[in-house]
Ligand binder design. Structure first.
Ligand code: GRG
Length: 299
């Protein structure tokens, strides 16, 4: 996390807050049905960068929200993300054995349990978001948060992006097609994270629009770097099988553009995200630091 001094200690704290809150939100491992709850906890607690949570905290903080009011929206994002990773790894999808440095959920448990764990993590995300209370948060804005997250996870977001992805094997997809797919598959949740953080503080459409202009290129930049890392980093660093995209014949930004042009593309998207924050009526230091992390990250 070089050059991200304001971000690093906060991010460590955010990670701890998310894990503490997930510990409480998720039924205990010895609560029946035990195997299902163990699988849910296995796939969601104590691992992952918590990038989407960090975006919730950074955008909420930028607008002055009390940190504690951001824990549940941050957890909701991470629960949906964990759900998508479990299902992404299933034999019917990407069929991956390793995730976050340990056996993927269906490998550690079994396929049926992994499917149910994913399903239950998704519903828990919405239950948590509906039932939490934060001072000064009007019900209409809370409802808007639920709607945004549901839309991001649905057929016009994650699920739709995954459907496009499954069709794109062993072909040379143009960059535009890749961008369209990844804006849904990866970008939708990143955009939702920034919006949910902001909505804890304000419903001002101008502010939300400005943040959307930040999150849109950022989400794509995150995926471009993900593609680069898949082809250049090792399995131990990534916590998942390195080179998996090439092995499976998946078109990526790396295969379409090469490493150097992909890095330039990611940088240009990062610049676009930062430019969207120009003249922002709030302190955007952390949001800008997150752009730098997104471009420079090594895992
Ligand atoms: C979620 C409604 C819903 C359906 C599931 C399987 C699926 C449909 C979608 C797959 C979405 C997916 C896995 C996108 C990949 C996004 C991505 C780059 C993941 C890696 O994120 P990191 O690096 O992972 O933040 P960590 O482990 O650090 O959290």
């Amino acid at each position: 996390m070089t050059n991200n001094q304001p971000l690093a200690p906060l991010w460590t704290q955010w990670r701890e807050q998310v894990d503490q809150r997930l510990e409480i939100l998720l039924p205990a491992s010895d609560c029946e049905p035990c195997e299902l709850h163990q699988a849910m906890r296995y796939a969601s607690i104590g691992a992952g960068k918590r990038y989407r949570a960090a975006l919730v905290y950074a955008s909420g903080r930028a607008l002055g929200t009390d940190e504690r009011a951001l824990d549940i929206p941050a957890c909701a994002l991470e629960l949906i993300h964990a759900f998508s990773l479990i299902h992404d790894d299933l034999p019917a999808m990407d069929d991956d054995d390793l995730r976050r440095g340990k056996p993927s959920c269906h490998r550690a448990f079994n396929e049926a349990t992994a499917i149910l764990a994913g399903d239950a993590l998704q519903t828990l995300a919405f239950e948590a978001l509906c039932t939490y209370s934060a001072t000064g948060l009007p019900p209409a804005r809370q409802l808007q948060m639920v709607q945004i997250l549901a839309h991001a996870a649905g057929s016009l977001g994650l699920a739709g992006g995954q459907a496009i992805d499954l069709d794109l094997v062993a072909c040379d997809a143009p960059v535009d097609t890749l961008a369209t797919m990844h804006r849904k598959k990866t970008g939708a949740l990143i955009e939702a994270a920034v919006q949910l953080g902001a909505l804890t503080a304000t419903g001002d459409p101008v502010v939300l629009q400005q943040l959307a202009g930040y999150a849109r290129p950022l989400g794509l930049a995150f995926q471009v770097v993900d593609d680069i890392l898949d082809g250049t980093a090792d399995t131990a660093t990534l916590g998942k099988l390195a080179g998996a995209d090439r092995l499976k014949g998946k078109p990526t930004f790396l295969s379409a553009l090469g490493e150097s042009a992909s890095r330039h593309y990611a940088q240009a998207l990062g610049d676009e995200a930062i430019a969207a924050l120009e003249h922002a009526p709030f302190n955007s230091t952390l949001l800008i630091a997150l752009v730098r992390f997104t471009i420079e990250r090594s895992h």
